[in-house]
Design a protein around this ligand. Structure first.
Ligand code: GUN
Length: 283
């Protein structure tokens, strides 16, 4: 079997076209959706991510404001910037790019964002809403993965989904979204014994650990759907995921490529959440 590709670029194009229409409808009601992006420090990967987010905003007509601060910024100063953005009616979404420098408490910063502007879905109010199945912003990467599964018509009810990774950004919310879709969910992590034993049970396998080629063909059930959230550099500096793509595509039924899979979808869901934040304000 050779897996079919889940093309995150093509799906993003489709979803962003629909977002442009929602933005036009908002404009017609006198509202211009606005996203503030805060970058602290000079981490090169973060700089690329932030640039891509700002560019994507322009593509769908979202007004974006980029704040860049030196790594020496104090936590108190960052909290003051967030307070100002919370109070700014032109801003509907606030995103603080992670990771933050070690002297800043990231969780305290996230909790300072007004939950109705927390388009990353990281605030405890939004994380809690996801946990109990209430409306709220869903973290963009797992939300994008769910959109991809929906797009290929993957019926999750009763399926066994295995998530590798337990971060607050991806692994935990991914597991909650899959559970909400009635999958049976296993979460694996760095202390899991016999990882391959678990992954081989997966009808849907999501890899989100940040280790190149962690998932090899022998760890995948034939016909599984494989979602690769990894964004790593291999020994030659080439972008690669957590999945051995060439091996696993011989076994899986569907697979996301890296690049061009989950990455663009993460940004598309950030745009979606920002448009939704603006729509909510009007209704
Ligand atoms: N760093 C890595 N992924 C993310 C994300 O989705 N949002 C933010 N704010 N920072 C990140």
């Amino acid at each position: 079997m050779t897996a079919q590709l889940i093309d995150g670029v093509a799906l993003s194009r489709q979803l962003r076209a629909a977002l442009r229409e929602r933005v036009a409808a908002l404009n017609g009601r006198g509202c211009r959706p606005g996203l503030a992006v805060i970058l602290v420090g000079d981490d090169p990967a973060s700089q690329v991510y932030v640039r891509n987010k700002v560019k994507a905003c322009a593509e769908v007509g979202i007004h974006s404001v980029l704040q860049t601060h030196p790594a020496s910024l104090t936590e108190q100063a960052l909290l003051q910037h967030i307070d100002a953005l919370n109070a700014d009616p032109a801003i509907h979404g606030i995103l603080v790019q992670l990771p933050l420098p070690p002297h800043i408490d990231a969780q305290r910063v996230i909790e300072a964002i007004a939950p109705d502007k927390d388009v990353d879905g990281f605030h405890v109010a939004n994380a809690g809403a996801l946990m109990v199945g209430q409306p709220g912003f869903r973290p963009c990467t797992p939300y994008g993965c769910m959109k991809m599964l929906e797009h290929i018509g993957c019926a999750l009810r009763g399926k066994h989904a295995v998530v590798i990774g337990r971060s607050n950004i991806v692994g935990k919310p991914m597991a909650m979204l899959l559970l909400q879709a009635h999958a049976t969910v296993t979460i694996c992590h760095s202390a899991t014994a016999e990882l391959a034993h678990h992954t081989r049970q997966a009808d849907v396998l999501v890899a989100a650990v940040g280790r190149p080629a962690l998932v090899t063909a022998d760890m995948v059930k034939p016909g599984a759907v494989v979602i690769d959230v990894g964004m790593n550099r291999d020994a030659t500096g080439k972008l690669c995921g957590d999945v051995d793509f060439e091996g696993v595509r011989q076994v899986a039924s569907w697979i996301t490529p890296v690049p061009g899979g989950v990455g663009p979808m993460t940004i598309t869901m950030l745009l979606t959440n920002t448009v939704e934040a603006a729509e909510r304000r009007l209704t």
